[in-house]
Design a protein around this ligand. Structure first.
Ligand code: TRP
Length: 354
């Protein structure tokens, strides 16, 4: 088996820490589905990475591995065409992560803005956090968490990926990956391509509460697995323009999350334009704007729901898809690791140890 793919490769993935939502769809998943014909795609369920901040919920990770795979199948990722991989089933991820950690300066991790924001969130800056002696500052973040961007670089480098379609927050990790592989290539000879990042059509979908980002941890998300009733309820309760207390007040659709969703998901552009016009003139109520949005989002989600039902009925088949994909990916990984050891000159005993 050649280790140089004929098609260019994609490696991207998700941590199995809960269901995927509409923000994931427009930020990344949509690209993944679209690019399957053009690239040899490897989709990674990064369970080792998830341990970094979910060590106390391994059962949740376990549950979420299948849940994420089902979300992927539901949006139209095709395991006949693409490879689904569970990180821990290909231990070469850990081996390459360790080697790439050797070529990664500490400062690159300290400066990584996404990691920095996450570290601050975990450490907290409140008085309460400081008083808890058992896990004071310096004890809340594990070495494993701190170095996860290096393990992510290894995820990408292992199949020699060229393109990494991800959400906006992941871009600093792709930048760092480029620097890490450049450094590796310079030290040990050309081995890995420098991967490009690619962000989706809507880099940042607001939450239903109007906050700038849809997020599971904030609880402002519409999940790909939500049924019609749940979607209707979430949209009915959506945050809109708080200054518009009556339907006859003219207002701007820009910056209103209800219209942001219309733009992202309503394929009836004439309807969207009509709603925006009437909104600007004070001739439409929030209720109608939301009702039409709920219809549009449910229309968008119906084919996803249909595919989901099929897979939910056969979890064993989904598990098989992950096993088979992991097996295939392991062959690629073994070939890369052999090349890496060779290039680094650490096959010490090859010629009888001389
Ligand atoms: N950090 C990514 C996330 O939280 C998941 C991930 C792990 C990943 N390894 C990757 C994404 C490699 C792209 C490439 O969603």
């Amino acid at each position: 088996m050649s280790n140089e793919p004929t098609l260019k490769r994609i490696l991207t993935g998700a941590r199995p820490t809960g269901p995927l939502h509409l923000g994931h769809y427009v930020g990344a998943l949509e690209n993944w589905v679209r690019l399957q014909d053009e690239y040899d795609c490897h989709f990674l369920i990064a369970d080792y990475q998830a341990l970094g901040d979910h060590l106390d919920d391994i059962l949740g990770i376990r549950r979420s591995v299948l849940e994420v795979a089902i979300d992927w199948l539901a949006v139209g990722l095709n395991p006949e065409q693409s490879t689904f991989v569970v990180q821990s089933y290909v231990p070469e991820h850990a081996e390459l992560a360790m080697l790439l950690a050797m070529v990664t300066p500490l400062g690159w991790l300290e400066r990584n803005p996404t990691l920095k924001a996450e570290r601050e969130q975990i450490e907290g800056d409140g008085e309460g956090a400081r008083q808890q002696e058992s896990s004071g500052r310096g004890e809340r973040i594990s070495v494993g968490f701190f170095t996860y961007p290096v393990s992510q670089a290894a995820d990408i480098a292992l199949p020699k990926a060229h393109l990494v379609p991800v959400g906006e927050d992941q871009i600093p990790h792709i930048e760092m990956t480029r620097e890490v592989v450049r450094r590796f290539n310079r030290m040990f000879g050309d081995t890995f391509p420098e991967p490009e990042g690619l962000v989706g059509r809507v880099a940042r979908l607001p939450g239903t509460d109007g906050q700038s980002k849809m997020s599971k941890s904030i609880g402002n998300a519409i999940y790909l697995k939500d049924d019609v009733e749940t979607v209707n309820r979430k949209i009915r309760g959506m945050y809109t323009d708080p200054t518009r207390v009556r339907a006859d007040i003219p207002a701007e659709p820009e910056g209103n999350p209800v219209f942001a969703y219309h733009d992202a998901f309503n394929d009836d552009k004439a309807e969207v334009n009509d709603l925006k016009d009437r909104y600007r003139q004070g001739k439409v109520g929030d209720v109608e704007v939301k009702q039409k949005l709920a219809v549009a989002i449910n229309r968008f989600m119906d084919p996803i729901r249909e595919r989901r039902t099929k897979y939910e009925e056969q979890p064993q088949a989904v598990a098989e898809i992950l096993m088979e994909g992991s097996r295939n990916s392991k062959q690629v990984a073994e070939a890369t690791m052999h090349e890496v050891r060779e290039k680094m000159g650490i096959l010490y005993l090859k010629d009888g140890g001389r």
